[in-house]
Design a protein around this ligand. Structure first.
Ligand code: EPZ
Length: 419
């Protein structure tokens, strides 16, 4: 089924349990390449990008067993791993580049397709490659593949990233676990998913200590142990559902979350006027009739998450006055705007800034998903639009949201898949 049919205006009332994190699962799956021991992962979200990462590992010779409808995995990457990651899988999921670090660290060589760009930006990997080079890696890019080698293995060193990058931080964090000696990484990304990756690596026997806000020290080890590890909750799914609660006076109880890592987003929603109660592992949000306007910009954690920008855009369309959102991370992440305009939104884009007029009465329309988070924003708009909305190309949505229409239907949304 390739489309979603949504009838608005839907009132949402009830509780939503958040799935495991896609953006923690992907680097942790890549990191299992470091070790030949059995590793079991639980709370793994059943989403397309995770399936693609599993296929990528299996294409290299990983043994992956799925249990409990795929939310638990048992992985074993024995010695006979092929150190090649092909274009077909890499071109559909850019995070595949994070296998580069572990392959070089354990096997001293790798042939990995460059991930290629995507609709939100060029997605270069220069930060990954330059940092690996400083650990003794030689590489050449030939016909869209990175041919990399480190015949004496990786040598621990000091690396300061010229720019904050989630993927580059993850690649180097993983690679350094098997490097000779100590590595200090500075100007790192510190997203909660990176802290979850750190927890996983230390659980299998790595020696990682965060020594500063954006600085981490890794002492190379020689071997790892078997481990069981539970993936953290999906921070972006939780943020998406919080925004759903704030729109249209809905009342949602978001469960299985850690509210402390959504502090920035919760503060913004409170400023906009939503009523929010935080408990140890859940957040209750009640939308208010009056939604106040605000000017925000995206920035690396702990700033406002770029992965919630498209969803917040919908909420600000309902604000009582003009708002703006500045997208400071990716060069082309306003794709949802043209589709939201088809639903009667009044949004103007000037460079990397979107000006949102407010007081929008969304109207149902036929719209097209352009990327993962834009597809979520179209659902939010459809839920508060008068009439029927059909969202096509929802394969984008399935990359990162587990059973989203089931979860929304349970709290009152009139939403279903159609051909
Ligand atoms: C991760 O992507 C996330 N993906 C993205 O989520 C998220 O939007 C992004 O971090 C920022 O938070 C996963 O975790 C799987 P970056 P990543 O390297 O690692 C530039 C989603 O919706 N850059 O922090 O690719 C880059 O072009 C996805 O779940 C370089 O210039 O992000 C971008 O402008 C979308 N050179 C900026 O840095 C490099 O070598 C941040 O990218 C690497 C990145």
């Amino acid at each position: 089924m390739k489309k979603l049919e949504v009838f608005g205006v839907s009132k949402l009332n009830g509780q939503i349990k958040i799935s495991g994190s896609k953006n923690a699962s992907l680097p942790i799956l890549a990191a299992t390449l470091l070790s030949g021991k059995k590793i079991s992962l639980t709370n793994v979200p059943r989403v397309k990008d995770v399936e693609t990462m599993i296929k990528l590992l299996e294409s290299m010779g990983s043994k992956v067993k799925k249990f409990q409808k795929g939310n638990s995995l048992l992985i074993q990457n024995n010695k006979k791993i092929k150190t090649k990651a092909g274009y077909n899988l890499m071109s559909t999921m850019r995070a595949g580049i994070i296998v580069l670090g572990p392959l070089l660290a354990r096997f001293g060589k790798a042939k990995v397709s460059t991930p290629g760009g995507c609709s939100i930006g060029f997605r270069p990997i220069d930060l990954h490659l330059e940092a690996l080079k400083s650990m003794g890696v030689n590489y050449k890019i030939i016909n869209g593949y990175v041919h990399a080698s480190a015949k004496n293995g990786l040598i621990g060193t000091k690396i300061k990233f010229p720019k904050v990058s989630v993927g580059a931080t993850e690649n180097l964090l993983i690679a350094s676990c098997l490097a000779k000696g100590q590595t200090i990484l500075s100007n790192c990304a510190i997203e909660p998913e990176i802290k979850d990756l750190t927890k996983f690596l230390n659980t299998i026997g790595a020696k990682i200590t965060w020594t500063g806000k954006r600085q981490v020290k890794i002492i190379g080890v020689k071997k790892f142990k078997e481990a069981n590890f539970k993936i953290m909750f999906d921070r972006i799914e939780a943020g998406t559902m919080l925004i759903a609660g704030a729109i249209n006076q809905n009342n949602l109880r978001i469960k299985s979350v850690d509210p402390t890592i959504l502090k920035t987003e919760i503060n913004i929603l409170k400023k906009i006027g939503a009523k929010i109660i935080q408990r140890k592992s859940e957040i209750i949000i009640q939308g208010r009739k009056k939604i106040k306007n605000i000017n925000i910009k995206t920035s690396p954690f702990p700033g406002f998450a770029t992965d919630l920008q498209a969803q917040m855009m919908v909420l600000l369309c309902k604000a009582n006055k003009k708002s703006s959102i500045k997208e400071d991370i990716f060069e082309n992440r306003f794709q949802s705007v043209s589709e939201l305009r088809r639903m009667n939104a009044a949004i103007e884009v000037r460079g990397n800034k979107a000006i949102i007029k407010g007081n929008t009465i969304f109207k149902g329309a036929q719209v097209m998903a352009t990327d993962l988070r834009a597809s979520a924003s179209l659902i939010l708009a459809a839920l508060c639009a008068k009439g029927k909305t059909i969202i096509s190309r929802i394969y984008h949505l399935d990359r990162g949201y587990e059973d989203i229409e089931k979860k929304l239907k349970k709290v009152g949304a009139k939403i279903r898949r159609i051909d």
